[in-house]
Design a protein around this ligand. Structure first.
Ligand code: C2E
Ligand code: CA
Ligand code: CA
Ligand code: CA
Length: 279
């Protein structure tokens, strides 16, 4: 029995060092991809049905790999999270988002872009320093065009620090949105303690809210909570008209989802923007 226990440890050791090797290899690939600017930003419109206009867009990264083609974030973000290159990656995304804003300006479009940032990177302070420093010349006119989406399901252990740093982002002019609201255990803490403007209802609730009464209830509660704290509400994962009208009746009028548009390369986004605004 003793021996078997020992073998088991050796076995897990092997698996763990294999996993570590894989992770290191992936991270090296990602770093190379970053250097070669293989990561591009797709944009997905947020549509206000009351105003009948596009009120913003979420920035969703894609990896255009030279041999593997288009790789979705689910296949590389997990490796980046909590790694050494997390902040570097976020800096890259912020820089490219500023370029997107330039491009959109050149097409006569003013669209607020939402960037996904993990609480880790946010609390690191390096990111905000980078934004303040390198992009300072751009900040005045552009910073009001950026919103940060923080993922709620990752716990922020130090709410005071988070509140302080988000306050700094606020001062620069960035908007703050809480992503995946309702999926974490800290929703109420977050909405009370942090200087957030917008709450996003997670797509896992929205997608099947009409067939799953629990998810409908959660959606309703999230909307009520957001309203009680006077926050803007965005529903993501809106795939059909029935869901949209149910959400609208509950008091949500900004939608993001396949019903409106898929995430699109920026050129296609410009066309879609005009199409949606002329509806
Ligand atoms: P998220 O922030 O919750 O982003 C929304 C996801 O829902 C996107 O997946 C989007 O394509 C998808 N989606 C949009 N509309 C619908 C719909 O109607 N139905 C369904 N079923 N899905 C819809 P995507 O682009 O694959 O991104 C997955 C996740 O990867 C994001 O979830 C976000 O957490 C992360 N991510 C994406 N880009 C970045 C980034 O630049 N930085 C970081 N840190 N994370 C990112
Ligand atoms: Ca998001
Ligand atoms: Ca989300
Ligand atoms: Ca998410």
């Amino acid at each position: 029995a003793k021996n078997r226990g020992k073998n088991r440890i050796v076995f897990f050791d092997t698996i763990m060092s294999k996993q570590l090797a894989i992770k290191r290899e992936k991270l090296a690939m990602i770093e190379r991809g970053l250097k070669n600017k293989e990561f591009i930003l797709y944009l997905q419109p947020k549509f206000n049905v009351e105003k009948k206009e596009v009120v913003g867009a979420e920035v969703l990264v894609r990896w255009v790999h030279p041999t593997h083609g288009l790789i979705p974030p689910s296949e590389f973000i997990p490796y980046i999270s909590n790694s050494d290159i997390e902040v570097e990656f976020d800096k890259y995304i912020v820089s490219r988002a500023f370029e997107c804003i330039d491009y959109l300006y050149s097409k006569g479009l003013k669209v607020k872009l939402s960037i996904n940032v993990s609480p880790n990177a946010l609390l690191n302070e390096e990111l905000i320093e980078f934004i303040r420093g390198t992009l300072l010349t751009e900040l005045k006119e552009k910073s009001s065009m950026i919103e940060i989406e923080i993922i709620e399901s990752t716990s922020i252990t130090d709410l005071n620090k988070a509140s302080e740093i988000l306050g700094e982002f606020n001062k620069i002019g960035f908007g703050i949105s809480v992503d995946d609201f309702g999926t974490g255990y800290a929703s109420l803490d977050y909405i009370k303690a942090l200087p957030i403007d917008t709450v996003k209802i997670d797509r896992t609730f929205v997608v099947d809210m009409l067939s799953d009464p629990t998810n409908l209830n959660v959606t309703e509660v999230v909307i009520l909570l957001a309203k009680a704290f006077n926050k803007e509400i965005v529903a993501e994962g809106v795939e059909n008209i029935e869901t949209a009208s149910a959400l609208y009746k509950l008091g949500c009028n900004i939608f993001q989802g396949y019903l409106i548009a898929k995430p699109l390369p920026i050129e296609d986004f410009v066309d879609m923007y005009h199409k949606l605004n002329n509806m």
